[in-house]
Design a protein around this ligand. Structure first.
Ligand code: E4P
Length: 245
């Protein structure tokens, strides 16, 4: 499963990219608004930090302007994925941009019917929003299971299921069980995934017990080194023993 992070905050992106676990980034207009920065500059900087797909969403809602915006965003860097909403105009833009070789992420997906349309429009990613469905009392993860199963019936669908609106590590675990291709995680959720109280407790015990040994791995000589060194020392000329001795 690929991990994208769902933020436009460069400090968070740099910090989490350093773990080596981040395969891409998703942004949306609300996340960009939080930064207070110029959108195109933010996208450029994110693309410099993360070589994988970086979703940048169009602002327009009509196909003509979406295409103009999408083409401009795609020129920022080769890893820009243009994000379009799941509307008739959004899917027209998706089809045209995909045919031009641009990666497209179709966002705001809340039903399997919509996911089928996005796949037919050539989307690179479909983004079903699980948390927002949970919020209205619908089972968000059931939608993921349904889309994964439908797409698997049609090998010609190349669209990857990108689980969005994730609220907890359990969403990620369930998505992985279902075989979703990508999870886009808020930074806090990725950090929560590392955490387990037994890991903390176990590590504290190991650290304390190691201190009792009084040893240091770095200060200890490599085992066998002394012998190797002695074997490599050649006797001085004329002073060596004869083989027969
Ligand atoms: C993903 O691409 C979306 O931007 C994001 O996951 C939405 O999440 P939210 O429902 O927490 O705003």
């Amino acid at each position: 499963m690929k991990f994208f992070i769902d933020t436009a905050d460069l400090a968070e992106i740099r910090d989490l990219a350093a773990t080596g676990l981040v395969d891409g980034v998703t942004t949306n207009p609300s996340l960009v608004a939080k930064t207070g920065r110029n959108f195109l500059e933010v996208v450029r900087e994110i693309c410099d930090v993360v070589p994988g797909p970086v979703s940048a969403e169009v602002a327009a809602t009509d196909v003509k302007t979406m295409l103009l915006e999408g083409r401009k965003l795609a020129k920022i860097a080769p890893n820009v994925t243009v994000k379009v909403p799941l509307t008739p105009d959004g899917l027209k833009a998706c089809k045209a941009l995909s045919e031009e070789g641009t990666m497209v992420n179709v966002t705001l997906c809340f039903s399997s019917a919509q996911a089928i349309l996005a796949a037919k429009a050539g989307a690179t990613f479909i983004s079903p929003f699980v948390g927002r469905l949970d919020d209205i009392g619908s089972a968000g993860m059931e939608l993921i299971s349904d889309i994964v199963s439908i797409y698997s019936n049609y090998p010609e669908f190349r669209t990857e299921v990108l689980v969005a609106s994730i609220r907890s590590p359990m969403h990620v675990v369930e998505a992985a069980r279902m075989g979703a291709d990508v999870s886009t995680l808020p930074p806090a959720v990725l950090r929560q995934m590392f955490a387990h109280p037994l890991t903390d407790k176990g590590l504290a015990t190991f650290v304390a017990d190691w201190a009792k040994t009084g040893q240091s791995i770095m200060d200890s000589p490599m085992p066998g080194k002394a012998k190797e060194k002695a074997a490599k020392v050649k006797p001085a000329k004329g002073k060596g023993r004869k083989a027969t001795e």
